[in-house]
Design a protein around this ligand. Structure first.
Ligand code: ZN
Length: 85
């Protein structure tokens, strides 16, 4: 079971959290983006092998959203949380 460090509640099991997905690049300006680039931004989800910046919500705890780095090979938390709120 993966332990996620909530900045308000301390380390908690992943069963208390809801996965919010990877942090995506900023939304491009549709007026300055090609159709292919726009479709790629809308539909492609980053799924690299290794450290990934992700959003998690402590839904069954304090309700805070946090951003952390998780290694997809080991599920180890390798960074963060850098923010919460
Ligand atoms: Zn919490």
């Amino acid at each position: 079971m993966m332990l996620i460090p909530c900045p308000f509640c301390g380390p908690r099991t992943e069963s208390e959290f809801t996965y919010g997905g990877p942090v995506r690049p900023p939304r491009p300006d549709p007026a300055r983006t090609t159709d292919a680039e726009w479709v790629a931004w809308l539909t492609e989800v980053p799924n690299p092998l290794g450290p990934v910046e992700e959003r998690w919500c402590h839904l069954r705890g304090c309700g805070s959203w946090l951003t952390l780095w998780r290694d997809t090979r080991t599920h180890a938390i390798v960074g963060g949380p850098q923010d919460a709120g």
